[in-house]
Design a protein around this ligand. Sequence first.
Ligand code: NAD
Ligand code: LMR
Length: 337
Amino acid sequence: STLLKMAQPIKVVVTGAAGQIAYSLLYQIAKGDVFGDKQPIILHLLDIPPMMGVLEGVVMELADCALPLIHGVVPTADPAVAFKDVEAAFLVGAMPRKQGMERKDLLSANVKIFKVQGQALDQHAKKTVKVLVVGNPANTNALVCSRYAPSIPRENFSAMTRLDQNRAQANIAARLGVNIADVKNVIIWGNHSSTQYPDVKHATVTKGGVSKNVYEAVNDEAFLKGDFVSTIQTRGAAVIAARKMSSAMSAAKAAGDHMKSIWQGTDSGEWVSMGVVSDGSYGVPADIVYSFPVTIKDKKWTIVQGLPIDDFARSKMDLTGKELLEEREEALAVCQD
Ligand code: NAD
Ligand code: LMR
């Protein structure tokens, strides 16, 4: 006999499981990239009835991946089954935008999905469940989801801006000719939309063993306040224009990164960005899901406090907050229909 005790499997749900993001995400989860390589998993896969055939194919492929951490796979079109006892939820299932649309154009089509899934989480999930909303408009969907799951703490809901963070980090690393790992503490403020504010004022880069502020290292304020910001804001649209489909590989990677940060915590001296229910920090309106820099310990996030905000940042942060207030009004009206 052995004294080593194998961890109990956790139940993890992925919605939109027959879609393109899930196709990349499931493998990352299943091989241990997110919850660790010692954590067995029972995967719950939710999609809509017409997609059950496709989902069956995904289940076949998961089996054929021969991954020892997978202790069960439950494909279903029933939210009550999908959300039963889950400890982590990736809410991916929603319509993606096409060329020429803004993400908020998806609001009326998608927000009701998050009402229904909030209710199902409320009834069936573990109260400790950590819910990551990826489906667009992600911030407002996360707000709606948490509103309809009143028995689950609001802090357990977050929206994905990690893809924007990764994009910003990659852009700076390429510009400076350094490795991606040498760029730290890039911030995404606000909405996962074209009003987001990618902020490198507090970011650092390490080159040849010396750590510098990104503003100092790039030494081109016009770029950092201009092209850099607009490139990150419109990167999703650029991928759609090129691929004719929205980002999937990078979105899945970011979703894995985001949940890994929640599950395993952030490294000391580092923060990550995610949409969380605002408590009014930095003068942001309360009760919208706004992306802030956070540190995470014991699966609980804390907004990084005390960063100096200049006038340029202030105006960008206010603009994206205003958009989120408008989205909230529209979403709550749609949910009452
Ligand atoms: P997709 O169309 O390939 O897949 C979506 C899947 O969701 C489909 O299989 C669909 O049947 C399913 N679905 C629809 N309604 C559902 C419901 N009520 N319950 C369960 N499943 C449902 O789309 P995709 O490319 O995987 O993108 C999914 C979403 O993620 C889109 O809204 C997209 O805009 C968004 N997205 C967000 C980010 C981000 O950074 N936050 C990045 C990329 C994509
Ligand atoms: C992205 O940022 O790539 C996604 O949100 C898809 C989109 O609509 O841009």
